[in-house]
Design a protein. Structure first.
Length: 195
């Protein structure tokens, strides 16, 4: 679905510019490196953008949803009564009776390689590049091992569905990260197959 998202980018950029940004994906390393991530958050006070999920012990400022199924799975947590989180969605996600704060053009953020076409972390990084954000930190963007259950934090495993060759996907993401990294400085806080 194609939309004019210039206003969304302008408003989002005003909130993100001149701040450290921590992008948190649902990889297993956010459990195994919890102390390192907590220390980073205490020391840098970054804006935290969760990707396609939410954690109870890491308070995200934003959640980026690039997948309608994930959006519906986490809908109640996103919009719980005391939530102050801002919602960024791609245009393939229909707005319900709750407001999506920033809607970005889905097609404009897709990757060319079909194996990783709609990888939500890569889509968000492309959005950050479009806003000319200079750097971002990544946690939980671990990459894939053949044992799918070891790829994600425990709570996220119930949402898995993946039958593609994960090693091919690792290589495709590595290439895309290298390309995106020409426009934004990316620093991984947790171990990753993509490095």
């Amino acid at each position: 679905m194609s939309i004019d998202d210039n206003d969304a980018y302008d408003r989002l950029n005003k909130n993100l510019e001149n701040r450290e940004i921590l992008v948190v994906a649902p990889g297993k390393s956010i459990e195994t490196h919890k102390e390192k991530i907590s220390g980073f958050i205490r020391g840098k006070n970054p804006l935290i953008i969760a990707i396609n999920f939410l954690l109870d012990d890491v308070k995200a400022d934003y959640v980026f949803m690039g997948n309608a199924k994930r959006y519906s799975q986490f809908y109640n947590r996103i919009y719980k009564h005391d939530s102050t989180i801002k919602v960024i969605c791609t245009s393939n996600i229909s707005e319900s009776n709750k407001k999506i704060d920033f809607k970005l053009n889905f097609n404009a953020l897709l990757c060319k390689d079909a194996v990783i076409r709609d990888n939500p972390v890569l889509m968000l990084l492309k959005a950050l590049v479009k806003m000319k954000i200079k750097s971002a930190y990544l946690a939980g963007f671990d990459g894939y091992s053949p044992d799918l259950a070891s790829n994600y934090m425990g709570e996220y495993i119930q949402f898995l569905y993946c039958d593609e060759n994960v090693l091919l996907r690792n290589e495709a993401v590595k290439k895309e990260i290298k390309e995106i990294g020409k426009s934004i400085n990316l620093e991984f806080l947790t171990p990753s197959h993509y490095l």
